[in-house]
Design a protein around this ligand. Structure first.
Ligand SMILES: [Fe+2]
Length: 376
């Protein structure tokens, strides 16, 4: 299964997980349901931007989530409340802050209990509500990093709370600027650059008593070790450790995501950017923890290899982020071939590209081919 953006492209696919409504009790879409056009509209109306679907060619491929769905849903609801208030420029109440911290405690608990050496954190495929979804991802990534940097449970909760709130100041930035499908003008960038300070002004008081170190992250997450960041051009140790972790997670998630103003980066480019930024700009140990313990190309993704073969990622290799285990199903001209599980580690091959879906018609051709091969 893999995570896909909710749009017309998912019509005909099968839901791989049950989706619940806001209360978490009524199912909106049950696992195994074939998706009809009316369901796409219903999901979109309820603000559900991405769902898990079963892969037609790999129906049995399960993805082990780092954080349980219930935990993610509760956390999302708490954050949604805070974002809603923030839009009205109202700081979160003490009660909202405490609820969010409690949700983060469950999230930390899930991550501490997960023993995957390399974690699958799904790629973000959402355009309309990018800031919100990105915030949840950055919280998960930051806690994973903190875990591998051997932070205590309490530290992880404070780190995760800061991470999930890091972009809260963006809710006051006009949508036209946030979603502009082109490069920003200098003036527009100046407006974006205000979001750490705006966010800090908003949450600082509410979180002052319960977890002051979380709100520092909101203010500092765009500071860079060499002083080239904003808003205060802090350097090195002047930047609090939580902020340094969140900065690395923020960059990783942003460059990995597909955005409405640019195509998805090739995985090799993602790795290269992270390696270049580690040291001069981003905390090297945080980057190292991400590259060692978070999959750049998670299990379930459809990938094209450097020799043109097409398949799905079916296993991960720690320390070889571009060389997972890939089960190939088609050649470089998208013609079906005998299914083969390739462990790319130790070979000259790596993943060249991640695709959003199988090329048109390929699913049928592969199914026919497999049927013929097995004598059906
Ligand atoms: Fe930000």
């Amino acid at each position: 299964m893999r995570r896909v953006q909710v749009d017309e492209q998912i019509v005909g696919k099968f839901s791989a997980k049950t989706i619940y409504n806001r209360t978490g009790r009524t199912p909106l879409l049950r696992r195994g349901t074939r998706i009809r056009p009316s369901m796409v509209a219903a999901l979109q109306r309820r603000g559900i931007q991405a769902i898990w679907v079963t892969d037609e060619l790999f129906p049995d491929l399960e993805v082990q989530a780092v954080v349980r769905d219930e935990t993610v849903n509760v956390t999302r609801r708490c954050l949604e409340d805070i974002f809603k208030s923030a839009k009205e420029k109202a700081p979160p109440s003490q009660a909202q802050a405490l609820r969010l911290a409690a949700a983060l405690r469950s999230l930390v608990d899930d991550i501490l209990h997960n023993d995957d050496v390399v974690a699958n954190v799904a790629h973000l495929r959402t355009w309309d509500n990018y800031t919100f979804e990105h915030s949840v991802q950055v919280a998960i990534l930051s806690v994973l990093v903190g875990k591998h940097l051997l932070m205590t449970e309490d530290q992880l909760v404070r780190l995760g709370t800061g991470a999930i709130l890091h972009d809260v100041g963006k809710v006051t930035v006009p949508q036209e600027i946030l979603q502009k499908p082109a490069a920003l003008t200098a003036d527009e960038f100046e407006i974006i650059k205000q979001h750490p300070r705006l966010g800090w002004d908003l949450v600082h008081e509410g979180f002052q008593n319960i977890m002051p170190t979380s709100s520092i992250v909101v203010l500092q997450h765009h500071e860079r070790l060499d002083g080239s960041g904003y808003p205060s051009h802090l350097k090195g140790d002047e930047i609090y450790v939580f902020s340094r972790v969140v900065a690395a997670a923020d960059v990783f998630d942003a460059i990995r995501a597909e955005r409405n103003y640019r195509a998805r980066y090739a995985p090799r480019r993602v790795l290269q950017i992270m390696q270049e930024e580690a040291g001069p700009k981003l905390d090297a140990s945080a980057v190292q923890a991400i590259l060692a313990h978070v999959a750049i190309i998670p299990v379930g993704e459809i990938v094209r290899l450097t020799n043109g073969l097409l398949g799905a990622v079916t296993g991960l290799n720690q320390g070889h982020p571009l060389q997972p285990v890939v089960t190939v199903v088609a050649d470089d001209r998208d013609e079906p071939i005998e299914r083969d599980e390739l462990d790319l580690r130790g070979t000259p091959l790596h993943v060249d590209q991640i695709l959003n879906d199988w090329p048109p018609g390929l699913v049928n051709r592969v199914q026919e081919f497999t049927g013929i091969r097995s004598g059906r």
